[in-house]
Design a protein around this ligand. Structure first.
Ligand code: SAH
Length: 222
């Protein structure tokens, strides 16, 4: 069984509803229209296993193999919104996974660089993104803790795995005025989605947005 347009529309309604319910935490009652348009455009069913396609648009995470998950649509939309993507932005993602978040960003910015630590996931995502025509998304296999210095500094960085602390190399690789969106906390424990901003003078501010549950940021390459 396959997902339908009605399923995708239901996903968009679920995102709108969850944004409204969490408006006090996230500080807004609705997400950026460009972000919602990107969520409407990316075919999420292509980023999950064929056996999961019928539920690709359910507002929850789904398994993508190797013990990893594609994040809940609401979280993907929220993190994209928090990044304040512009059409001319160059952004970095840590934790490519299925490539779904990278595709959503690919709809919103000029160039996406994405790093995945599990080699098989990195190559599957790169192939999938190419098939779908996301020529502005570049995936590489490696440990994202160190960022991607060759392409730095970035207009925004998004981390889709929970880190025990904010990796200093990522803060280093932000342009002045740019944002880092990252879940911080222990695996299976309390995690908070953090918004880190590098101000024009180079100083850094951080703010907790929402309690979340992500798979851990790991360090050994596989
Ligand atoms: N953004 C993904 C969801 C990713 S789940 C999507 O849209 O599908 C988190 C991913 O982070 C997993 O695939 C995991 O293997 C990867 N990961 C964990 N630690 C990492 C690290 N140090 N560097 C890069 N990727 C990492």
């Amino acid at each position: 069984m396959s997902a339908t347009t009605a399923d995708q529309e239901a996903m968009l309604r679920d995102i709108i509803e969850e944004v409204a319910v969490t408006r006090h935490e996230i500080g807004k009652a609705a997400l950026d229209q460009r972000v919602m348009a990107a969520m409407a455009k990316v075919p999420r069913e292509r980023f999950v296993g064929t056996y999961d396609r019928y539920r690709a648009f359910v507002n929850g995470p789904l398994p993508i193999g190797y013990g990893q998950t594609i994040s809940q649509p609401y979280i993907v939309a929220l993190m994209s919104d928090l990044l304040q993507p512009r059409a001319d932005s160059v952004v970095l993602e840590i934790g490519t996974g299925s490539g779904y978040q990278a595709a959503v960003l690919g709809e919103l910015v000029q160039q996406v660089y994405s790093i995945e630590i599990i080699s098989a996931l990195a190559s599957a995502a790169a192939e999938r993104l190419q098939e779908l025509g996301y020529d502005n998304v570049t995936v590489r296999h490696g440990d994202g803790y160190q960022g991607w210095p060759e392409h730095a500094p970035f207009d925004g960085i998004i981390v889709t795995a929970a880190a025990p602390h904010i990796p200093p190399p990522l803060v280093e690789q932000l342009k002045p005025g740019a944002r880092l969106v990252i879940p911080v906390g222990e695996p299976g424990g309390i995690q908070e989605l953090m918004l880190v901003e590098k101000r024009a003078d180079g100083s850094v501010s951080r703010r907790g947005i929402l309690m979340v549950a992500f798979v851990p940021l790991t360090r050994a390459q596989r």
